[in-house]
Design a protein around this ligand. Structure first.
Ligand code: BTN
Length: 254
C-alpha cells in the first residue's frame, strides 16, 4: 500500500487509519474534546457503522470501496460569521481534485455536494465549535465514492462508475486532496474571500438556470443566482431575490 505522504506543511502530516469505526467525524470530535489533536490531522477508515450525513441522514458506504475521512483544521483567521467559507474551500478543493484527475462535467451542488455528470460522487459534513468570537477547531468530514459500483440511489455515483479506467488508490487521492486543500487554505488566508467565491460560483451546479425546489412542502421554480454573505442559496423566484438555508429548501430533480 502506498504510504500517505503529502507535500504539505500541516494538512495530512498526521494520519490516523482505523479499519472500522462508528464515524470518523465523531472520532475527530472526541480528539478535539480531549485536546489531543494536531492541526491538519486526517482520520480515515474502511467502514463506518454510523456514518453521518447532512440533515441528520446516514452516510452509507460499502466497506473499503470509498474514501471516508475527516480532517481537523484550526481556522483561527476565519471569523465566526464567515464559517461557511470553510464549506466553500472544501467543496472547491474536491472539485479541483477531480478536475485535476481528468474528470469533466464536475460541479458543486449547493452547499457542498460534488457532482460528476449530474450524479453525486461526494458529500461534505463540517462540524465544529465556536469559542468567543472565533471558530474553534473544525472537523471536515468527506465521503467520496471511488470504486463502489452499485448504489440504491440513482443520483449517486463513483469515480470508477464515471470513468471505467480509473485506477488511482485511495491513499493517492488523500495525498492529492491534502495538497490541494492546504494550497487553497493558504491562498484564502492571503487573498481573502473573493478568490474562493469566484471559483465556487463558476462551478456551481445549475447556476443561472431555472430549477425546481421544495420549500415548506411546496414546489417552486427559481433561477439559481448565487449565494449571500451567510452562504445561503440565492434564488430569483417570482421576480424577487430569495435566500434559503439548508433546512429550508430541497432540490427536486426532474
Ligand atoms: C452528505 O450528507 O452529503 C455529507 C456526507 C459526509 C460523509 C462523511 S464520511 C466521513 C465523515 N464521517 C462521517 O460520519 N460523515 C463524514
Amino acid at each position: 500500500m502506498v504510504k500517505i505522504q503529502p507535500k504539505t506543511l500541516f494538512v495530512g502530516k498526521n494520519i490516523l487509519y482505523l479499519p472500522t469505526c462508528h464515524s470518523t467525524n465523531e472520532i475527530a470530535r472526541q480528539k478535539i474534546q480531549n485536546e489531543e489533536f494536531i492541526n491538519g490531522t486526517v482520520i480515515y477508515t474502511d467502514y463506518q457503522t454510523n456514518g453521518k450525513g447532512l440533515r441528520g441522514n446516514h452516510w452509507e458506504s460499502v466497506a473499503t470501496e470509498n474514501l471516508l475521512m475527516s480532517l481537523i483544521i484550526n481556522p483561527e483567521f476565519i471569523k465566526v460569521e464567515d464559517q461557511f467559507l470553510l464549506n466553500i474551500l472544501t467543496a472547491n478543493s474536491i472539485h479541483q481534485l477531480l478536475t485535476t484527475l481528468g474528470f469533466e462535467n464536475v460541479t458543486i451542488k449547493w452547499p457542498n455536494d460534488i457532482y460528476i455528470n449530474d450524479k453525486k460522487v461526494a458529500g461534505v459534513l463540517i462540524e465544529g465549535s465556536i469559542s468567543g468570537n472565533k471558530l474553534g477547531p473544525m472537523v471536515i468530514g468527506i465521503g467520496l465514492n471511488i470504486y463502489q459500483k452499485i448504489f440504491n440511489n440513482e443520483k449517486a455515483s463513483s469515480l470508477l462508475a464515471e470513468n471505467k479506467d480509473f485506477t488511482l488508490s485511495r491513499n493517492q487521492i488523500i495525498e492529492q486532496f491534502c495538497e490541494i486543500f492546504e494550497s487553497g487554505f493558504n491562498k484564502f488566508q492571503a487573498l481573502g474571500k473573493p478568490y474562493l467565491l469566484n471559483y465556487y460560483l463558476e462551478n456551481l451546479f445549475g447556476i443561472n438556470q431555472k430549477r425546481k425546489f421544495l420549500v415548506n412542502n411546496i414546489e417552486i421554480f427559481g433561477i439559481i443566482s448565487g449565494i449571500d454573505n451567510f452562504g445561503r442559496l440565492e434564488l430569483i423566484s417570482e421576480n424577487e431575490k430569495k435566500y434559503y438555508d439548508l433546512k429550508e429548501i430541497k432540490y427536486l430533480f426532474e
